[in-house]
Design a binder for this molecule. Sequence first.
Ligand code: 13P
Ligand code: SF4
Length: 304
Amino acid sequence: MTISELQSEIIKLKKEKDICILAHSYQAREILEVADFTGDSYKLAVDACKVKNKNIIMSGVRFMAETCKILSPEKHVYIPNPHAGCQMADQMDKELISEVKKSYPDYTVVAYINTTADLKTICDVCVTSSSAVEICKKIENDKILFIPDCNLGAFVAKEIPEKEFKLLNGGCPIHACVSADDVKKAKELYPEAELLVHPECKPEVAELADYVGSTSGIMNYAIKSDKKEFIIGTEISIAEHLQYMCPDKDFHYLTLKLICPNMKATTLVDLYNCIKGTAGEEIILEDSVIKDAKKCIDEMIRLG
Ligand code: 13P
Ligand code: SF4
């Protein structure tokens, strides 16, 4: 089957089977084209609450599908490729953070949404890259234990100097690979370009950027900007999508190290097979996990 034949089948089957497709902005273009909702982690969490269909397919990584399930426990939620995890979400578990919390009893535990459902059950508030600064400002407590991403945590802490942040040594290994030297080389190649980066990059990289924001934030900034040339410091799919959306502008990869194998794992064929019911995995979470993890996601939506 060709890509467009597969897409037509997917569109036909999702109507017949009452399925809504959510896809993260890092997914391949051919997947985004058949999705009902697309965007960054925050937008997808909010969109998941609006879905009327009985079934949801979350094309992205596992913690995103778990978030959908937590927000819509009565629905069937599927991940097309069960191997699509997130290296950051897998770094810290409930046992580790329970121990850490003992040393910081008076701190509010803020969990980046890139965490497992199980870990979220012992956290106070969730944040995403697009909502972290706003939410941490609104939290009444001045002491924040921010997990797991120390780069996003450092970015937020810099924006809110009046609060005390305790950071742990976690983060996205893909974004953390980018160095100030990579920025120097890209700027030498494209001296007129603006640099837009994700806050999962190291502070030394974020400091050199013209804009720091979520995947949707980067896309919106580039679309609205009068500038014509950009260096994109997040997963390379974003530069590719932007190039299609804005053919009169030029988008360059900051570095080819910015490739997330987990986000690349899901293909249009996986999505098709998941809709047919021959592949993918239904997300099943214990009721107690859903109930406890929902508190910190609800708090994110309330404050966000
Ligand atoms: P966003 O919240 O910006 O979509 O980021 C998700 C992510 O995994 C970035 O690596
Ligand atoms: Fe996780 Fe990093 Fe991939 Fe985002 S880019 S899904 S944080 S491993």
